[in-house]
Write a protein that binds this ligand. Structure first.
Ligand code: ADP
Ligand code: MG
Length: 722
């Protein structure tokens, strides 16, 4: 079935085919592995007195009232009642026939999500069917968003499969969809594929021998597929819950297969990498010795350990691919500087890549402060450099004069040529994808040798999770903060206490300390964020005339921003008003107070990063989360966690619990592996099993490896090729 094109199915013409392709479905195998994202439970009628917010449920009731409301937006409000409870149905689009059909006295059956309305619980545009009185109207009334779309001729074969709002005997699978492809069509197509499989179960090979899955009590692949696509009728509460929560063995079986496929792909990557060559960069230790002697602090044990790990890697002829994990403020920059010096000692260049211009500026400054006294030339390549200035910088890089080159991903444009690049350091790796990571290496390739790579991230994730999502990298972890750090005292105050917060800023700055005032906005719009920061700065300047106040945001050009940052760093500004552009990397140990406006708009990881800008020295620091009430439940929980927890590690765990690994590790840009079904956090017990199974498969069934990778990752480009 991995070769059979979906065109072989009934009802699949060029249009459907094109839409399926958008979902990555080309073959029957692809279709079978296109698994439901979730299920709807239409097996039970829920009494209206037992509705739960945000649940999708099937309900019935009699219309007791129907009115067209002319508020801000015209809507039809229909109140139904089942004798014990009531529910409001709300429609923003409706025809006269529909109004007619929902007259008081009619019985309706609806399926939809329960939401909180202004007066009572509501369903907005539920799927609906009139049960009594006007049966002939029922089909035309199915006002689901899907049935609104026009049916193309070739959809016709599928159309008769469209169900109305019947109570079902089995859970209804909901597939990841795409425009122009209805759930009913996806169900009709998977039905055909499942029939095919039923007739010929051997058509789909299980590449994982039962001896590997049986000890884990996982079912056979074909059985698992049948169950997930079409849960058994009248399954009972236990099975239903297990499916809804994705803890059913059938689900675990497929999650296991997916994790195993990823493990195998990562092994393949690693194997290919170990065949690659990199320059051996031992260095004589001279420069590193000089820097260590100049450092105003002693390195922590953890820093020394990771420095040794990195040093050993770069002394090998295999390219290093190492991920350096370390909480905010754990001192990753000095580790990077020492790694850079080793490379320079060995006569090679270093590129340091940061996710934003601002952060690259910061890195330039920190590195300069440490490397300039050792007479090491740095170059900064930024978007602001153009014309002859840019040409001169490029020339210094190409001639090997600039030993360390700092910049954003613009460093990897074709026109940037290095004389002898030995190490690429990437900071805040979560902004770069696996794919980018790989293409980077080619940049420095010279005579078949590629540069070493060190990736630094402050996204503190549990080690086991890191291993499974960054499985192609070796891990180094700074698991200790420099001594003397005090946890940042965190308080949450409503915006109504703004006056008091401003007084606090004043009091703190009077003692010679510095402070940040961070403005956030819900929209990702740079312009709006910038405006909010401008307004806040104007307001604070007016109210705090005694303070020296600076402003930075994404709309201010780099050449104007740099002096502001430098002044703040030098202590010539008391208060820095900023947008979240300062989220990463800014390092001013004298800053001991941070105000975050509207923290409810940010995620935990981002808040932790922001807060990490204070508490970087030995001074006691504070963070005020000035929220805009009322808080949602989730926002309150985030703020509570932040108040309680100082460790980025525990905050990340809480984040993972609240949102799941997929969300936390982000989108395709995340740099982490994206799983379709598996959740490395939730399914963490399977990770080790998958790793062991990978060993077994490679040793005893090597010919199964490629087909299994292809089944799960066939159409992904992010780490298919090496
Ligand atoms: P991050 O890991 O967040 O990038 P930085 O490298 O910016 O952290 O370090 C945070 C601060 O701690 C900097 O001011 C740095 O100079 C300082 N620092 C780093 N290592 C130590 C240490 N071992 N002892 C004391 N301070 C340190
Ligand atoms: Mg940093």
């Amino acid at each position: 079935m991995d070769q059979t094109p979906v065109e072989r199915l009934r009802g699949v013409g060029p249009r459907i085919c094109e839409r399926l392709q958008r979902l990555g479905i080309l073959t029957l195998q692809d279709l079978l592995f296109h698994l439901p994202l979730r299920y709807q439970d239409r097996t039970l009628l829920r009494p209206l007195a037992e509705l739960v917010l945000n649940e999708e449920v099937l309900v019935e009731g009699e219309v007791v009232d129907a009115q067209i409301a002319h508020g801000r937006r015209r809507s039809l409000k229909v109140r139904i009642d089942d004798g014990r409870g009531a529910l409001l149905l709300r429609f923003f689009y409706f025809s006269r026939a529909q109004v007619e059909a929902m007259r008081p006295g009619r019985r309706l059956r609806c399926f939809g999500e329960v939401r909180q309305g202004p007066q009572m619980l509501e369903m907005v545009h539920p799927e609906l069917q009139v049960l009594e009185g006007v049966a002939e109207l029922a089909m035309g009334l199915a006002i689901s968003p899907e049935t609104g779309s026009e049916a193309a001729p070739e959809d016709d074969a599928l159309a008769d499969a469209v169900a109305d709002v019947a109570s079902e005997r089995r859970l209804t699978p909901i597939y990841p969809g795409t425009e122009g492809l209805q759930q009913a069509s996806l169900r009709a197509l998977t039905d055909q594929a499942l029939d095919w499989l039923r007739r010929d179960p051997d058509a789909l090979q299980d590449w994982i021998p039962a001896s590997l899955t049986a000890p884990l009590k996982l079912p056979a692949l074909v059985d698992a597929l049948f169950l997930l696509h079409r849960p058994p009728a009248d399954a009972g509460a236990e099975l239903t819950d297990a499916l809804l929560e994705r803890s059913h063995p059938a689900f675990l079986r497929l999650a296991f297969d997916e994790m195993l496929a990823h493990q195998l792909a990562l092994r393949r990557l690693r194997r290919a990498r170990s065949a690659q060559r990199a320059p051996v960069l031992s260095g004589d230790g001279g420069l590193r010795e000089r820097l260590r002697a100049r450092l105003p602090f002693a390195l922590t044990g953890a820093q020394q350990r990771v420095i040794a790990e990195i040093a050993a890697d770069m002394a090998q002829s295999r390219p290093m691919m190492r991920l350096l994990l370390g909480d905010v403020g754990s001192g990753k920059t000095v580790v990077a500087a020492l790694a850079a010096l080793q490379v320079i000692e060995a006569g090679h260049q270093v590129a340091l890549m940061a996710p934003t211009e601002l952060l690259s500026e910061q890195h330039l400054q920190s590195l300069q402060q440490w490397l300039a006294p050792l007479e090491i030339e740095l170059a900064w390549l930024s978007g602001r450099h153009a014309g002859s200035e840019r040409a001169a910088i490029l020339e210094r890089i190409a001639a090997g004069q600039a030993r360390v080159v700092v910049g954003t991903h613009a460093l990897f444009q074709a026109e940037v040529r290095f004389a002898e690049l030995g190490l690429v350091i990437i900071d805040e790796q979560h902004r770069f994808g696996v794919h980018q990571r790989l293409s980077l290496r080619e940049k420095g390739e010279r005579e078949g040798r590629i540069p070493h790579q060190l990736i630094m991230t402050a996204t503190p994730i549990p080690r086991s999770l890191a291993m499974s999502v960054y499985g192609d990298l070796d891990l180094s972890e700074i698991d200790e903060l420099p001594p003397g750090r005090q946890p940042v005292k965190t308080v949450a105050l409503p915006e109504t206490r703004r006056e008091q917060v401003i007084e606090r800023v004043q009091a703190s700055c009077r003692t010679g300390r510095q402070a940040y005032w961070v403005c956030t906005l819900v929209e990702e719009s740079d312009a709006l964020q910038a405006q909010a920061a401008e307004d806040a700065a104007a307001d604070l300047r007016e109210r705090l005339p005694g303070l020296r106040i600076g402003l930075v945001h994404g709309r201010i050009k780099a050449q104007e921003r740099a002096p502001v940052m430098a002044a703040f760093k030098a202590g010539d500004l008391d208060l820095l008003v900023a947008t979240t552009v300062i989220e990463v990397g800014v390092d001013v140990p004298n800053a001991s107070l941070m105000i975050i406006e509207n923290p409810e708009r940010l995620g935990l990881a981002q808040l932790h990063q922001l807060r990490g800008r204070v508490g970087r020295g030995a001074i006691e620091s504070a963070c005020v989360l000035m929220y805009h009430p009322p808080l949602t439940h989730a926002a309150r929980e985030r703020i509570d966690i932040l108040r309680r927890e100082a460790s980025g590690f525990r905050i990340a765990e809480a984040d993972l619990r609240m949102r799941g690994a997929g969300e936390v590790l982000g989108t395709r840009q995340a740099g982490a592996i994206q799983f379709r079904l598996a959740d490395p956090m939730r399914d963490s017990t399977l990770i080790n099993a998958a790793r062991q199974a990978a060993d077994q498969l490679l040793a005893h069934w090597p010919e199964h490896v490629e087909p299994l990778i292809r089944r799960w990752l066939g159409r992904r480009d992010d780490y298919g090729q090496v």
